[in-house]
Design a binder for this molecule. Structure first.
Ligand SMILES: [Fe+2]
Length: 213
């Protein structure tokens, strides 16, 4: 967290004048951005033809990916709540068994050849993006540590600071003991955990907030 971000978070935490204005405005994230997180070792190495928004199927293959199929939709906005059109949302994740399609993943869990694993989706007119995928599996990291289900994101757009982060899912017991997520403040964790859609099953909402360069 750089000094500017820290000061912003501090102002919100203490609910100073700015904080009150934010609270009455009903938008508690105004002024904050999505916290950064490490890229991790499994950013795709091998180019693939199919990087579209539907990760549950791979071009040229009939069978669908194994696991629980879910939809993630959301928006890319700036710290003043303005939608950002044409941002590149680059995302990658483990399959339902917790295995990345990556040559250096030591997890013995099977690769799913019908799972795309990686997508690059642009944000649309109102900053919106959407993709279909599988609920990512838990995987061991060593030392008794297992990562909770998560999706890696890299979000870029000219004029904005590149954001690399990890998105988590609500109500996951491993969130509470994850060594990465638990380094974040409660407020930051909220910004990193997607919301469950109240009216649509298997659907999650995730807001990505980037900062102007
Ligand atoms: Fe990961």
């Amino acid at each position: 967290m750089n000094r500017r971000r820290f000061l912003k978070a501090g102002a919100l935490g203490s609910l100073g004048v700015a904080g009150q204005a934010i609270a009455s405005n009903g938008n508690l994230t105004l002024g904050l951005q999505t916290p950064t997180e490490i890229e991790g070792p499994f950013y795709p190495l091998i180019a693939q033809q199919d990087t579209d928004f539907d990760l549950t199927k791979v071009k040229g293959r009939k069978a669908k990916a194994l696991g629980q199929h879910i939809v993630i939709h959301g928006v890319v906005i700036d710290t003043e709540d303005n939608p950002i059109e044409g941002a590149t949302v680059d995302l990658w994740q483990a399959n339902a068994a917790g295995r990345y399609s990556h040559p250096h993943d030591p997890n013995p869990a099977p690769v799913d050849d019908n799972f795309q694993g990686w997508a690059i989706v642009p944000s649309g007119r109102n900053g919106e993006f959407r993709f279909s995928t599988v609920f990512p599996g838990i995987y061991p990291v060593g030392g008794g540590w297992s990562r909770p289900p998560h999706i890696h994101f890299k979000v870029t757009k000219k004029g904005y600071i590149e954001l690399t982060t990890q998105m988590y899912f609500p109500e996951q017991p491993l969130n509470k003991i994850d060594r990465l997520l638990q380094r974040k403040s409660k407020e930051e964790q909220k910004l990193m955990i997607a919301e469950k859609s109240s009216d649509k099953p298997n659907t999650f909402y995730y807001r990505i907030i980037v900062e102007k360069a």
